[in-house]
Design a protein around this ligand. Sequence first.
Ligand SMILES: Cc1cc2nc3c(=O)[nH]c(=O)nc-3n(C[C@H](O)[C@H](O)[C@H](O)COP(=O)(O)O)c2cc1C
Ligand code: SF4
Length: 423
Amino acid sequence: MTSAPTLATPLAIGSMTVRGRLFKSATSETRATDEGFVTDELLAFYEPMIEAGTPMIITGNLYVSLQGKSADRQAGIDTDDKIPGLRRWVDLAHRHDVKLVAQLNHGGRQIGHPAPGVDRLVSASSVREPLYGTKPSPLRLDEMSGVVESFAAAGERAREAGFDGVQIHAAHGYLLSQFLTPHTNRRNDAYGGSLENRARLLIEVLRGLRSRLGEDYPILVKLNGTDDLPFRKGATTGELVQVAQLLQDEGIDAVEVSRGHYESWPGMVQGNYRGFLKTSLTVGAGRYNTRRRKVVQFALAPIAERVAQLLRPPQEGFNLSQAEQFAAALDVPVICVGGFHTKAGIEAAITSGKVDAVSAARAMIADPHLYRNTVGDISVRPVCGYCNGCIARFGGMPIDCYSDDIRDERKAMIQRFHEHPAQ
Ligand SMILES: Cc1cc2nc3c(=O)[nH]c(=O)nc-3n(C[C@H](O)[C@H](O)[C@H](O)COP(=O)(O)O)c2cc1C
Ligand code: SF4
């Protein structure tokens, strides 16, 4: 009889085998140059996570075209001259036998302001994004192949830079997710209406990547398990599971399950919200909002944040009930993200067989040694308080933990590790 997998049991994702089952989920870094090139500052964020042997790290979303660039200082994979910088990132990971996966993304309508030289923001349909106020124009039929090509070319660059795989970002209300969701996709052509039509662009993107990268190159996808859009027409969990099945038929190697669009705020990052809007509007991606939107959002902040706190308090494994529905319907590995930070919580998700692996974003920012510390039962470690200070600053300030106490603990932990790596 084979025993149930644990945190440290290897997992095959297509042709790639990872050494354990806790991964770092994608986190946009706001640490590249203004033109999207990798910097030392970006690598410094990853160094401790890599040194601690995290089995697989998924990069922050990398824009596949300038039109899809969603935030300032976001890293890009849209041009060949970015490959040498991306290769430095890969080399750093490979020195410690860590698998590095490039997340490929087009922001669609969830873009605070278009990148220089971009004349229009696009989406499935012309539905205004309420947090940023952007009004996109629908992608024309003759533009679909350009989107597919930008993902395929980005995949080729990822492989050339040495990445162990790519992850298609089809969650969180970015372009591919905008096509999947009826609220943002009001089309009545071959890319709208039925689920098959709404999934068409995503399937074409996967086919484009497969045809360029071959059968053996690991391709993962991040999907919502729920769109979390009350009173609007979100895709249902059942529909999203069907999308995952279609992707499996087309050769996807693993599915990571998350939730929410920007407009389902606070859905994607369940936690604490006090001060979130003020921070985002002053130093985060929200600072590009119009003056009028800022005034309204500042005024609503106390109520909105209190309601958010009541509806979505911090909770370990907050996407698990959806993720296990994916796992039950799929043969490929299913990874669940959302609030994981304790050994008990992570192992319960895996040993119960609910999902094959777990990933973490905020808990890894606070504790970049999370994998090593949980496997090794090291209890003196920084623990994320889910204050959401990091995500509130996204797009404006470099990714980091913005809780002073936790930063101090993290610094001390990294210092101890460098002095006594065996402990
Ligand atoms: C600062 C920050 C940046 C993020 N950037 C991305 C991103 O680039 N791509 C993505 O798929 N998710 C992104 N996320 C969402 C996380 O990957 C994850 O889905 C979410 O935070 C829930 O996981 P957690 O509870 O472990 O933080 C980001 C989250 C944070 C906190
Ligand atoms: S700022 Fe630090 S404590 Fe707060 S959510 Fe982010 S990582 Fe966790």
